[in-house]
Design a protein around this ligand. Structure first.
Ligand SMILES: C[S@@+](CC[C@H](N)C(=O)[O-])C[C@H]1O[C@@H](n2cnc3c(N)ncnc32)[C@H](O)[C@@H]1O
Length: 185
């Protein structure tokens, strides 16, 4: 397995992940609108400063739930501040994971991994844990950076996921990003 670019995005870069220009280029509701429905249980791993998190919570509504996970407490704090600033009741649970364990429980409809899989050191353990967290008819949406993550590294991650119990359901076109939807085998 290639180990290129295994480096966690620091909290100091949170601002660039949550900018207006990014919202214009990567509108969360456009990206997720055909996958996330009202009432769903969604797991977002590597939520960072929560660029997608609040939109996901609005999309699932009061009958759904978002569990937003990150390795770094500083990132989760940014999400906490955003939730507070929104002044809205949102069904978001924040969880600090360990490097080698997500550490949540649940049976999720949808798992969202945006620009984060390349930062996971032990991808085998990561995908094995995700198999146990996803509903049988659930889906995982992985999006990776265009230049940062080579095609080879992206395909290697999909292979690891396949060995853990996933299969490719779809390859959404997200130029210049790389994207895949996985389902349980
Ligand atoms: C490049 S940022 C992307 C954040 C967010 N998904 C976005 O698109 O704005 C990657 C995030 O994944 C987190 N991360 C990296 N490895 C992780 C792991 N094994 N478990 C949970 N979070 C992780 C990092 O702390 C960082 O906040």
């Amino acid at each position: 397995m290639s180990t290129e670019n295994i480096r966690v995005c620091p909290v100091e870069r949170a601002g660039s992940l949550d900018s207006r220009i990014r919202r214009w280029l990567q509108n969360p509701r456009k990206i997720l609108g055909s996958y996330i429905k009202e009432g769903m249980d969604v797991l977002e791993v590597g939520c960072g400063p929560g660029f997608f998190t609040l939109d996901i919570a609005w999309m699932v509504g009061k009958n759904g739930r978002v569990v937003a996970v990150d390795l770094q407490e500083g990132m989760l704090q940014k999400v906490r501040e955003k939730i507070k600033a929104s002044g809205t009741e949102l069904n978001i649970i924040l969880h600090k994971s360990d490097e080698d364990k997500i550490g949540v429980s649940g049976n999720f409809d949808f798992v969202f991994l945006f620009y984060m899989v390349h930062e996971v050191a032990d991808k085998e353990a990561f995908f094995r844990e995700l198999v146990s967290l996803l509903k049988d008819n659930g889906q995982i949406y992985i999006v990776e950076l265009p230049l940062h993550v080579s095609k080879k590294t992206f395909e290697e991650a999909i292979k690891i996921a396949s060995n853990a119990g996933f299969t490719v359901a779809k390859r959404p076109k997200r130029f210049p990003d790389k994207a895949v939807i996985l389902k349980k085998t």
